[in-house]
Design a protein around this ligand. Structure first.
Ligand SMILES: C[S@@+](CC[C@H](N)C(=O)[O-])C[C@H]1O[C@@H](n2cnc3c(N)ncnc32)[C@H](O)[C@@H]1O
Length: 493
C-alpha cells in the first residue's frame, strides 16, 4: 500500500484547529498538537507540526539510540526482522510522548508500505484492547516494568489473544525484540519470555476484562447525558474499531461495499483503497458514514451559494460540490487547504478555496447556506483514533466551545433571510453539541432549528431539540459510526 493510499485510508473528518487570536487554544500547549497533515489529517488536532517534528527527531530511522548502540535495522538493505512490530512499538512510544499515531508514522519511513500498514494495525489494536492486556498481565507481573517493556508485553499479549497470532510466534518475536534492545530491555528478556508464556493461557482473563474506559473528563458528561449503560456501549464500540466507509460522488453510483441506509458504502477495515474500482476515476472518497451526514442534512441544491467555513481536508466540500452547489471552501490552514484542493482535483470537482480565518471572511453577497464543521475535540472519532483518550486531558474543551460559539455567531451573519446553517462537530462531548446549540438559540432569536424529516432519518438519532446525534454504539448490527452532533438552523425570513 503506497503513501497516498495510507493517507486516503484515514478519515477525512474532524479537526480541532488553532484559533488564530480570538480564542485562546494554544497549539503549543496541546498534547496532541499535530503536523500539517500530509494528506487527510486525523481529526481533532492542531496544525503547528511541533509534536510531529519532536517525535520524528526522536525516532528518526538510523538515529543512534542513547549509548551509541547501533539500531539493528540501520544500514540494512533488507528490512530488519520484526520490522512491523518494531514500528508498532515506535508508534506506541510516540503516543506515550503525547503524539498521535499519525505523527508517529513519520518515524516509520524506512518500512515498506505493507510493513507500515501492519505496524499501524498492530499499534492501533494494542491501544484498542489495552484494558484487556493490562488485566491479563496484572495477574502475572508483580511490578510494572519500564514503559517500553510494558508496550512490548501488551503488543505480544494482544497479538496472541486478539490477533490470532500463534503464541510461540508472538513470544519469540517479543523476546527477540527485547534482546535487540538496550541493556535494560535485554535484561528484561527472560521476564518477557516467562510472562508471555503464561499470558498465552490468559484467554479467560482477556474475555472477562472490560473495554478501555473513557477518560473521566469525557465519561462524566457522557454518563450525565446518556447514562452508564450507553457510556459502556460507546466504550465497547470504540474497542471494536471502525470499518472503511466511502461516499459515492453521485447517489446510487456503483461503489464497492455494502450500501448503508444513509448512502455511504462500507468495506472491511484494512481494505486497500487504491485497489478499489473507481479510485482513479474519483467515483467516491473515504469518509465515515457519520461525517457524510451534515451535508445530507444541509441538502444543497444545484446553483446555491454555500460556504464551507472549516473545510479541509474537504470531505464535505466534495459532497457540496457534487450536489451542484457553488462552494467557497475556507480553512485557516493553508496546508490542509492544499490537501483539499488535491482531493477536489482527484475527483474532478470544483470549489473556490480561501485560506483564511473564517471569523474574518465574508462573502460578496449573502449566502443560501453555510456549513460549519467546527474544530472540536474529535472525541467522536475514538474508534479510528484509539490514542486520543491517552493524549488529551479535556483542558481544551472550554476554549473550543468558545471558538465554536464565535464561529456560529459569524456564520449566522453570512446568510440570506431564510438561509440555512448546518453546525456539526465530530464530538461526543455535549458541551460542543447539545449545550452549544442551546446557547446559540438563546443568543440568536432570529435562528430556529429545522429538524430532519423523521421519514429520512433513524428516530434514535433525532434529539429532543430537533438535531441529529450519532454515537459509536448506534447501528450495532452494521458496525457503528462515528459520534457527531449536527443541527440545521434557518434564519427567519
Ligand atoms: C473538523 S475539521 C474540518 C473537516 C472538513 N470539514 C471535512 O469534512 O473534511 C476543522 C477544520 O477547521 C479548520 N479551522 C479551525 N479554526 C478555523 C478558523 N478560525 N477558520 C477557518 N478554519 C478553521 C481546521 O484547520 C480544520 O481543517
Amino acid at each position: 500500500m503506497g503513501k497516498r493510499n495510507d493517507d486516503e485510508r484515514r478519515e477525512t473528518a474532524g479537526g480541532e484547529a488553532r484559533p488564530k487570536r480570538r480564542a485562546a487554544v494554544d497549539p503549543a500547549r496541546q498534547p496532541g498538537a499535530l503536523p500539517p497533515p500530509p494528506a487527510a489529517a486525523p481529526p481533532g488536532y492542531l496544525d503547528n507540526g511541533e509534536a510531529a517534528k519532536r517525535v520524528a527527531a526522536a525516532k528518526k530511522p538510523g538515529r543512534k539510540p542513547p549509548g551509541g548502540r547501533k539500531d539493528p535495522g540501520e544500514g540494512r538493505a533488507q528490512p530488519a526482522p520484526h520490522a512491523a512490530r518494531r514500528g508498532a512499538l515506535r508508534l506506541l512510544a510516540a503516543v506515550r510522548e503525547g503524539a498521535t499515531l499519525a505523527e508517529g508514522e513519520e518515524a516509520l519511513a524506512e518500512l515498506s508500505p505493507a510493513e507500515r500498514a501492519r505496524a499501524r494495525r498492530l499499534a492501533a489494536m494494542t491501544l484498542r484492547h489495552r484494558s484487556r492486556s493490562e488485566a491479563v498481565l496484572a495477574g502475572l507481573i508483580d511490578r510494572r516494568p519500564r514503559p517500553e517493556v510494558m508496550d512490548l508485553l501488551q503488543l505480544a499479549v494482544t497479538e496472541m489473544l486478539a490477533g490470532a497470532e500463534a503464541p510461540h510466534g508472538a513470544v519469540n518475536a517479543a523476546v527477540a525484540l527485547a534482546r535487540s534492545g538496550g541493556a535494560k530491555a535485554k535484561a528484561a528478556a527472560g521476564m518477557v519470555n516467562a510472562v508471555l508464556r503464561r499470558a498465552a493461557e490468559g484467554q479467560a482473563a482477556w474475555e472477562e476484562a472490560a473495554p478501555p474506559r473513557l477518560p473521566d473528563w469525557l465519561r462524566r458528561p457522557v454518563v450525565t447525558e446518556w447514562g452508564e449503560e450507553i457510556a459502556a456501549a460507546i466504550e465497547a464500540a470504540h474497542e471494536r474499531g471502525a470499518a472503511l466507509d466511502l461516499t459515492p460522488r453521485a447517489p446510487g453510483a456503483p461503489v464497492s461495499g455494502e450500501a448503508l441506509p444513509t448512502g455511504s458504502h462500507r468495506l472491511p477495515a484494512g481494505t486497500q483503497v487504491t485497489a478499489l474500482p473507481g479510485y482513479a476515476e474519483g467515483d467516491w472518497w473515504v469518509q465515515d458514514a457519520a461525517a457524510a451526514l451534515p451535508v445530507r442534512l444541509l441538502a444543497p441544491r444545484p446553483g446555491e451559494t454555500v460556504a464551507d467555513l472549516c473545510a479541509a481536508p474537504g470531505g464535505k466540500t466534495m459532497q457540496l460540490a457534487a450536489a451542484g452547489a457553488r462552494v467557497t471552501a475556507i480553512d485557516l490552514s493553508p496546508q490542509r487547504l492544499a490537501r483539499l484542493a488535491e482531493n477536489l482535483s482527484r475527483v474532478g470537482l470544483e470549489a473556490e478555496t480561501v485560506a483564511a480565518d473564517a471569523l474574518d471572511w465574508a462573502p460578496p453577497a449573502a449566502l443560501d447556506a453555510v456549513l460549519l464543521d467546527a474544530p472540536c475535540s474529535a472525541t467522536g472519532t475514538i474508534r479510528r483514533h484509539p490514542e486520543l483518550p491517552l493524549i488529551r486531558d479535556g483542558a481544551m474543551i472550554p476554549d473550543l466551545v468558545r471558538l465554536q460559539a464565535q464561529l456560529i455567531d459569524h456564520a449566522a451573519g453570512l446568510l440570506k433571510p431564510g438561509g440555512r446553517l448546518v453546525y456539526a462537530v465530530c464530538s461526543l462531548h455535549p458541551a460542543e453539541g447539545e449545550r452549544q446549540l442551546e446557547a446559540a438559540l438563546a443568543r440568536h432569536p432570529g435562528l430556529a432549528v429545522e429538524p430532519p424529516d423523521p421519514g429520512d432519518w433513524p428516530a434514535e438519532w433525532i434529539t429532543p431539540q430537533g438535531a441529529i446525534r450519532t454515537r459509536p454504539d448506534h447501528w450495532p448490527g452494521l458496525g457503528g459510526l462515528d459520534g457527531f452532533f449536527i443541527a440545521r438552523l434557518r434564519t427567519r425570513g
